[in-house]
Ligand binder design. Structure first.
Ligand SMILES: Cc1cc2nc3c(=O)[nH]c(=O)nc-3n(C[C@H](O)[C@H](O)[C@H](O)COP(=O)(O)OP(=O)(O)OC[C@H]3O[C@@H](n4cnc5c(N)ncnc54)[C@H](O)[C@@H]3O)c2cc1C
Length: 520
């Protein structure tokens, strides 16, 4: 079989590119190792941490990951829709400064393009994803409003917003890929607070529902149960296609003029390492960033009905997002305020950390938490380090006999100071809002939901894997369109930037298609 563009991975990055390319008449095939999500097969009804952790889920689509030498466990959903199936749908663009941290703070690297260049793509993917939010956030440059109004910030959001007004601290209604009105055939959010499991009314944007049907109507062929195993090159170093195994373990070769990787920071780097290509810089798999994440939950005497609401983020704060040298660390974090969910969530590590709640006082403690609490989730900016990496495991293999990924990841001193400062400030915020008790989750281990940086983009082939369009410096018809390419992580949830980047790369390929170098 052959195609014009062969994409690996059917999550937000893969389908954004697939949809745009096939709408323009390009023949697109997408290989996805997982299946369509069916209600009841994991994401619904199970603890989110369990359903998102491939090492615990162990479905046939999952490749085990050795995370024994990592401070953070990586989380993902492998199937049509990728991790949009289980994500919280918090929708945050990067700030302009996030693209220039070398220039502004003297650390890490600048991106090869600016916020302003990505901005039109942000706007377009916000319409595709049905983002709800409130226009005019003063932390950002002026921009067009998201297509849908922000969700109700509810009693807890109002309480904390008031406290921030009194403190003079930034807050803004949260933006989420959650429809607040009927949108493109989906129901509006009914505030059930189940976003991190599965949304019964499909108000949460999961790209299996929102994007894939349209991409397939435009002609994209989606092959499920197909695990890409290696990218093949011709004698001139052009990619000729991908070898993949089907559900029965049988191998196939799919020929393509262009190969595009969208398998996330672990899947994409593993495939490149298995193929032994595109790595003249030695950076494939290096600079893994996962956003160290902490929580501070406030317990209030008043009834806040905090089992309800978007989850998602009710409000956000960027008060301490930018660097301030007096704090003893560089860069910062975004805070997103979330509800705390149903009774069973009162005992889960997210958002409550790993502190002890079981024992004689158990019922009282659950009663205090349930309905009476709100939590700041702190997304800390992770600076790249070449020691934090994805490697091929020296002895362990998956069911098809290929090396599984091993990740090494340790938080830095900068991170430790950053999280300590931000948790203190989040405590201050909640106390000012009237919280009578606080529960701090200082660094949640099962929080590796953002998998970034392992195929860095940049202008210099000696210090980056791909250029600013996601094109490999070494293999001119190989593109990477997922978060692997992020030179720095920002302190933002990444899907807005992943999708905007994927759309921008797809359109670059369309513009340049007559000049595109392809195998003979
Ligand atoms: C629990 C959780 C909560 C999150 N919350 C948020 C949030 O609130 N906001 C936000 O912005 N982001 C959030 N994220 C992150 C978000 O889901 C990702 O940024 C987004 O899904 C990335 O899209 P992607 O297409 O690049 O990768 P993915 O969604 O990871 O999709 C990659 C796909 O590639 C497939 N694949 C990989 N390797 C191969 C191979 N060799 N062959 C075939 N297929 C392959 C995988 O099976 C997978 O389906 C969350 C993630 C999780 C897990």
């Amino acid at each position: 079989m052959s195609t014009d563009v062969l994409i690996v991975g059917a999550g937000p990055a893969g389908v954004t590119a697939a949809g745009r390319l096939s709408a323009a008449g390009v023949r697109v095939t997408c290989l996805e190792q997982g299946d369509w999500h069916q209600p009841g097969d994991g994401a619904a009804g199970t603890a989110v941490e369990a359903s998102s952790n491939p090492n615990r889920r162990r479905s046939p689509a999952d490749v085990p990951i050795d995370d024994s030498e990592s401070d953070i466990a990586p989380l993902m959903w492998n199937g049509v829709g990728g991790s949009s199936i289980t994500y919280a749908a918090q929708w945050t663009r990067h700030l302009p400064a996030d693209f220039r941290v070398r220039t502004l703070d003297g650390v890490a690297d600048d991106w090869p393009f600016t916020y302003e260049e990505l901005e039109p793509y942000y706007e377009r993917v916000e319409r595709q994803f049905g983002v709800s939010g409130h226009p005019g956030d003063p932390a950002y440059p002026a921009t067009n409003a998201p297509p849908l109004p922000a969700a109700d910030i509810r009693a807890s959001g109002r309480k904390i917003a008031k406290a921030h007004n009194e403190l003079g601290w930034h807050w803004w209604p949260g933006a989420n890929a959650i429809a607040t009105r009927r949108y493109q055939g989906r129901g509006p959010c009914t505030q059930l607070g189940l976003c991190r499991w599965i949304c019964p009314v499909q108000a949460k944007t999961t790209v299996d529902v929102t994007h894939w049907p349209e991409a397939m109507r435009s002609g994209t062929q989606l092959v499920t149960g197909a695990r890409a195993q290696s990218i093949e090159l011709d004698s001139r170093g052009r990619a000729t296609g991908v070898v993949y195994t089907d559900r029965s373990g049988e191998e196939h070769f799919h020929e393509a003029s262009v190969v595009m990787l969208a398998g996330n920071g672990i899947g994409t780097s593993r495939l490149l390492l298995l193929s032994g290509i595109a790595n003249s810089s030695g950076l494939v798999g290096r600079r893994l960033m996962m956003h160290p994440y902490a929580t501070v939950a406030g317990i209030f005497d008043e009834q806040l009905e905090s089992w309800q609401g978007v989850w998602g983020q009710l409000i956000t704060s960027l008060q301490f997002y930018e660097s301030d040298p007096s704090r003893g660390f560089v860069r910062g974090a975004k805070w997103g305020l979330a509800p705390t969910g149903p009774p069973e969530a009162s005992v889960s590590p997210y958002p409550w950390g790993y502190g002890e709640i079981w024992g004689q006082d158990f019922h009282h403690q659950v009663g205090r938490r349930f309905g009476h609490s709100a939590v700041w989730g702190i997304v800390g900016e992770d600076l790249p380090s070449e020691d934090n990496c994805v490697e091929l495991h020296p002895d362990r293999t998956d069911a098809t006999g290929r090396s599984i990924p091993k990740i090494r990841y340790r938080t830095s001193e900068n991170t430790d100071r950053l999280l300590a400062f931000h948790t203190r400030k989040a405590e201050e915020s909640l106390r000012a809002a009237g919280a009578t008790d606080l529960v701090v989750g200082p660094l949640l281990r099962e929080s590796g939901w953002h998998l970034l940086g392992t195929a860095k983009m940049g202008d210099d082939p000696a210090t980056s894997v791909v250029d600013g369009w996601g094109r490999s410096h070494d293999v001119p018809n190989l593109f990477i369109v997922d978060g692997s390419v992020f030179p720095t992580s920002a302190g933002m949830n990444p899907t807005a930037t992943v999708a905007a980047f994927s759309l921008r790369s797809a359109e670059h390929l369309l513009r340049e298609r007559l000049n595109q170098d392809v195998p003979a």
